[in-house]
Design a binder for this molecule. Structure first.
Ligand code: TXA
Ligand code: MG
Length: 348
């Protein structure tokens, strides 16, 4: 692996893209100070040009290279949570290319906590040329799709379009970083992630979560439908899942369950998710990918607890299912229950 880091650094300097693991999800990396390299990320992902990228840096001391007017709370958060699953939005330095920031005057910065990512970032930053130590990296998936949590997922998403994927195993966290906007006065959480609310409160005091619709154009993760499987997916309470399956016996459904099904249920594919939010998050994208590969008519996801520790998972599951109401044709046409499928799904 470590000789591949040198290879990756060379490719980044050569304006090529390199996929690498982080503790959250795999990233698709480019030399962040080179607009022509960063532009490739947008074309390969099919990502709209105005969606800003996160610049990954090897340590908090690199913040001043990229950001200006850094408030004291940024240093406190960096001390508490970096390396880790936290992205800070700060005022950008004037030199930072607009292609990285989607034309905005702010920049997202993160120090990931994964040995391969940190090894790559440190080697890149100390490779002797004035690179300012930043690797721009969105999640290594096509725009709007499920983020990859293994090297094989990256291969499935983008494999034929990129020349190097560093394999660092499965991502320990499995959903994207918490994004905290410090550029507009009081801190605002733009995207919930693995950092628990009470951890954040210890450093931030009171803080607010974003109004997702107000952020929609700026934050792809805040689009209503994002992180989505190919298969239509619905979120339902357990009892509704059972009723749905009874009414649609001929459909091929996959269920992401938290409750054990009764033994008499017909043979749909039940996947029992882990009980806690951390393990659920770690497995979520992989399970959705796995289900997609079986080409079911529908993925049914059992509703999640309405407690703060489930906020990030609820956010991702909500976006994987939003706007995914199955059309009659999508779930097998003649089944008499198709209309009620649409009703059940739209209710949740
Ligand atoms: O965990 C993660 O954050 C992963 C790993 C690879 O680090 N990255 C990731 O990148 O999720 P991406 O591009 O899929 O999502 C980054 C989010 C986007 O929603 C983007 O709009 C937001 O960060 N973002 C980046 N810069 C921003 C800025 N200046 N203002 C507001 N949002 C910003
Ligand atoms: Mg993404």
């Amino acid at each position: 692996m470590w000789h591949l880091i040198d290879e990756a650094v060379g490719r980044l300097w050569n304006n090529e893209l390199v996929a690498f693991p982080t503790e959250t999800v795999y990233g698709l990396g480019a030399h962040a100070a080179k607009p022509e390299a960063v532009a490739k990320i947008f074309s390969i992902k099919g990502r709209p040009a105005h969606h800003p990228l996160i610049v990954h840096i090897p340590g908090a001391e690199w913040m001043t290279q990229w950001a200006t007017d850094i408030p004291p709370i940024a240093w406190d958060l960096a001390t508490a949570f970096w390396p880790g699953p936290m992205t800070l939005i700060l005022k950008k330095q004037p030199w930072v290319p607009g292609v990285v920031t989607g034309g905005q005057d702010t920049i997202g910065l993160r120090v990931p906590n994964h040995p391969v990512a940190l090894g790559l970032l440190k080697a890149f930053a100390s490779s002797g040329r004035p690179g300012r130590g930043g690797i721009a990296a969105p999640s290594a998936n096509r725009f709007g799709r499920i983020s990859p949590t293994t090297a094989a997922d990256v291969l499935e998403e983008l494999g034929h379009r990129i020349s190097l994927i560093l394999d660092g195993g499965s991502c320990a966290i499995g959903i994207e970083s918490t994004i905290i906007d410090l550029s507009r006065g009081a801190p605002v959480i733009l995207r919930p992630g693995a950092l628990a609310a009470e951890q954040l409160t210890k450093v931030l005091g009171e803080f607010s979560a974003s109004n997702a619709s107000a952020q929609a154009p700026r934050v792809p993760g805040a689009l209503v439908s994002h992180y989505a499987p190919h298969t239509p997916a619905c979120l339902m309470p357990f009892e509704e899942i059972l009723a749905y399956l009874d009414a649609h016996a001929r459909q091929h459904c996959c269920i992401l369950a938290r409750t054990l099904p009764p033994v008499t249920r017909p043979a749909h594919i039940w996947h029992m998710m882990e009980a806690g939010p951390g393990a659920y998050a770690r497995d979520l994208y992989g399970v959705l990918r796995h289900m997609d590969r079986r080409f079911p008519d529908l993925i049914l996801i059992e509703q999640l607890p309405d407690t703060p520790e489930w906020a990030a998972v609820r956010d991702r599951v909500g976006r994987a299912t939003a706007g995914r109401i199955p059309a009659a044709t999508a779930i097998g046409g003649s089944d008499a229950g198709v209309v009620s499928a649409a009703v059940s799904c739209s209710r949740s």
